[in-house]
Ligand binder design. Structure first.
Ligand code: 5GP
Ligand code: MN
Length: 344
């Protein structure tokens, strides 16, 4: 056990008032890792509050413990969340490493007196945390939580450390961040973690179903519309892109989360190595990027769209109108053409 972990363990040997928070618009890894970690801390006798900066997608509502998650952005919740954060003795920051990823909650966390613990796998972390369990090679934050808990429990058998709800939450994070075990981030450690979690006896097929086969009909109709009407392929740049306006989202009654994952379809087109999706929402454009192999959409997102993330999955945003944002994207593609053509 390294020194930092020893220090954390000794801090956690006394009951603490703990906040667990994750990035805005949390996905299954952000929420799954947070709820799994929160459940572990609760079991260890701490008083734990999970706060999400914003609402989360409907297909995550079944995660164990989610009914107690406070949503900072929700009317009437801010004051309660702020009070909890002021009283906290530890703030755990999961699946993000820049406070701007917390939206308005970032300021509150930055100003809080409590020490912070970061558990994350995104590149270029800010240094706001006293304890950092940060590894960009980790496939998911849930993987890091699994490893941290094993370490803290001296590698006792998994079925003694984890229970079914915890295993489901962590599995959900690992499964989604690896694209159901098909991305380049899958390592032996991923399968070993999953094998150990499965010893609790949870139903992994159900987790997959609840996340991926649990959509309202409107989401499939929306997907059909996007794929048939909104997907443009630029073979010379090996790039696919989709643009969705606020009016289109309203027409399909699409909430946050219903667009989640659609960007990946661009990569299914032969020869395409980068897919981008531009979504106009609440006066800004949210952009999602996906790529394969050597092409880094993280570099592109951070150089041009105030964003970041991972090499093959990143995001950013723009305050320009959506058509100008797209024009700008198209104007920078020639700079990346050689790199795009070079991808194996
Ligand atoms: P998504 O497209 O699913 O929203 O995001 C893909 C990845 O990029 C995630 O790992 C997410 O954390 C990261 N990401 C998305 N938007 C942003 C952003 O605005 N800034 C940074 N730094 N990362 C982002
Ligand atoms: Mn993640």
């Amino acid at each position: 056990m390294n020194q930092s972990l020893e220090e954390l363990c000794s801090f956690l040997s006394n009951p603490q008032k703990i906040i667990v928070t994750m990035h805005r618009d949390p996905d299954a890894d952000a929420l799954g890792s947070s709820l799994g970690w929160a459940s572990y801390l609760t079991r260890k006798g701490h008083e734990v509050t999970v706060i999400s900066p914003t609402e989360y997608a409907a297909n995550l509502k079944w995660l164990s413990g989610i009914e107690h998650v406070m949503i900072y952005e929700k009317a009437g919740e801010q004051v309660k969340c702020k009070r909890k954060i002021e009283q906290a003795t530890l703030i755990c920051c999961l699946d993000f490493s820049a406070l701007s990823r917390l939206k308005d909650l970032g300021r509150v966390v930055a100003d809080a007196a409590a020490p912070k613990l970061m558990i994350d796998h995104h590149l270029e972390p800010e240094h706001f945390a006293k304890w950092m369990f940060w590894d960009t090679a980790a496939a998911a934050t849930a993987q890091l939580v699994y490893e941290l808990v094993c370490e803290m429990e001296n590698h006792a058998p998994a079925e003694e450390i984890f229970d079914i709800p915890m295993a489901e939450c962590l599995y959900a994070g690992i499964m989604t961040d690896t694209g159901s075990f098909r991305h380049g981030n899958v390592t032996p450690a991923v399968h070993l973690a999953v094998a150990a979690l499965m010893r609790t006896g949870f139903d992994s097929s159900r987790v997959h179903r609840m996340i991926y086969d649990n959509a309202p009909l409107s989401r499939l109709q929306f997907l059909g519309y996007v794929l048939s009407q909104k997907l443009t392929v630029l073979p010379q740049f090996r790039t696919a892109y989709m643009v969705l306006t606020e009016a289109e989202l309203q027409k399909f009654n699409s909430s946050t989360g219903e667009t989640e994952g659609i960007v990946n379809y661009g990569l299914q087109v032969e020869n395409v190595v980068m897919s981008a999706m531009f979504i106009e929402r609440k006066g800004e454009v949210k952009i999602s990027f996906r790529s394969v192999g050597t092409f880094s959409v993280r570099d592109l997102a951070s150089a041009h769209f105030s964003g970041g993330g991972h090499k093959n999955a990143s995001g950013g945003r723009s305050e320009k109108p959506v058509n100008e944002t797209l024009d700008y994207f198209l104007s920078i593609l020639p700079d990346y053409q050689q790199e795009l053509l070079n991808v194996d």
